[in-house]
Design a protein around this ligand. Structure first.
Ligand SMILES: Cc1ncc(COP(=O)(O)O)c(C=O)c1O
Length: 431
């Protein structure tokens, strides 16, 4: 067998393949992963049993069995209908059914967007630090140019974005056409950012939407954390709300809200949605992949329709918000009491992640390797979130998987480890 031969080890979940992500390894506490743990996932058995029973009874009652047929390209009508009611209620802002296209999760949504809407030799703007696997996705579209945009206080610096857009618009010859209506796209996580945890203010959102309309580029918002909000009754307003159809520059939509059930139900469900304006909906409807497959996850969308219709998702989400709010409070209180004074972080109002800044010169890559070996705690180093491998003195910590008591224990260990490491390796960095 050569080194290049395909191996097929007995792996049971995504995090099994790489020890740095294995949250199930009880010999250490792994704060790397943005996914729910077994204490939250266990509710899915009952939720899905109830919604499956309901949906199958509905199919019997109607007697047409469309649930087992190829579906329409935008996704099951009942699911989009229930989803529009659910999202309108939870956002406190109308989400129209006709603006929704069902996907197999936000990652699939992203790929669909890249395949259908963006010029093959276009430009993608990404935050200086952003969701690391989205960067892996973009790198595989090798004709696209990826440009990193500076950030300020954990969100995009709009002056810098505007300048970069201006510069790229004049320097690059991009081929638009055949549905690929956008010359450029800005990939954003505007609400409860991964990894910084911060959100774009309404004023900044308004400005960004205006820039997007004026320069006619696409903004794809990874809105997977919006509904996990801990400080206010309603989540921060999503960017899509600011893509104003009454504006003189409105051409049928420049902003996409790319949502998912992964963080509010189960990552394995693989159901998500794209919310977009009419010109984008029209392009997506013409996707050969959606047409040939008859929508993605048509059957599972039926279960989601019942889950929403029966109010089960509302109850589950309330439980998740209460649980995660407590975990976030625990983590941040522990950091407040224990983080060395030459480190800092900003307390997020929602989502999964806390972004810790270590002193300048302290490289989180070797530090976290050392911390894993010596103290059996690990998280993700900042360099992983940067297309240029920068932000080396940052760490991303997740509250997604572990219970509050485990998070508290790990955060204390991490804080003490930072002091110990710097004393040992960087005596010049004072605390
Ligand atoms: C910002 C962001 N987008 C997308 C995903 C993946 O979403 P999905 O499971 O819906 O594909 C994640 C998961 O960590 C994420 O953090």
């Amino acid at each position: 067998m050569t080194d290049n031969a395909v191996k097929d080890p007995y792996l049971r979940h995504l995090f099994d393949a790489n020890p740095a992500f294995n949250v199930y390894n009880s010999e250490l506490i792994n704060l790397s992963v943005g996914a729910p743990g077994p204490d939250l996932l266990k509710n899915c058995t009952d939720l899905l049993a109830q919604s499956t029973k309901h949906r199958l009874e509905e199919e019997e009652r109607e007697g047409k069995y469309f649930l087992f047929q190829y579906g329409i390209t935008s996704g099951l009508w009942e699911c989009r209908n229930e989803l529009s009611k659910f999202l309108s209620r939870r956002y406190g802002n109308v989400v129209a059914r006709e603006n929704l296209t069902l996907t197999a999760g936000a990652t699939h949504g992203l790929q669909l967007i890249l395949n259908t809407l963006l010029a093959p030799n276009g430009v993608i703007f990404v935050d200086e630090v952003t969701y690391m696997i989205a960067l892996d996705v973009f790198k595989q579209f090798s004709m696209l140019k990826i440009t990193s945009v500076p950030m300020k206080n954990g969100v995009v610096n709009l002056d810098a974005l505007e300048n970069l857009i201006e510069a790229e618009a004049h320097s690059r010859k991009v081929t638009v056409g055949d549905g690929k209506i956008f010359w450029a796209m800005y990939y954003a996580v505007p609400i409860f950012h991964n990894p910084t945890g911060m959100s774009l203010s309404p004023d900044a959102s308004k400005r960004l939407a205006q820039i997007a309309q004026k320069k006619d580029f696409l903004v794809v918002c990874d809105d997977v954390y919006n509904l996990l909000h801990y400080e206010t009754d309603q989540p921060p307003r999503r960017l899509f709300e600011f893509d104003d159809p009454k504006s003189a520059d409105y051409r049928g939509g420049n902003i996409i809200s790319n949502g998912s059930f992964s963080k509010i139900l189960s990552p394995a469900i693989r159901v998500g949605w794209i919310e977009s304006g009419p010109r984008i909906v029209s392009v997506l409807k013409e996707s050969g992949i959606l047409k040939s497959g008859g929508a993605v996850n048509h059957y599972t969308s039926g279960l989601i329709a019942s889950l929403l219709q029966l109010g089960l998702e509302d109850r589950h989400l309330d439980h998740l918000v209460t649980t995660y709010k407590e975990r976030m409070r625990t983590l941040c209180d522990t950091l407040d009491g224990n983080l060395p004074s030459n480190c800092s972080y900003r307390r997020p109002a929602g989502g999964y992640f806390v972004w810790i800044e270590l002193p300048e010169g302290c490289d989180a890559d070797p530090f976290l390797k050392w911390c894993q070996e010596r103290h059996k705690v690990l998280a993700i180093p900042g360099s992983r979130f940067s297309i240029e491998g920068k932000s080396r003195n940052y760490i991303r910590v997740s509250i997604g998987f572990h219970k509050a008591e485990t998070i508290e224990k790990a955060a204390r260990i991490l804080c003490n480890a930072i002091s110990e490491y710097n004393k040992e390796k960087h005596p010049d960095i004072s605390t």
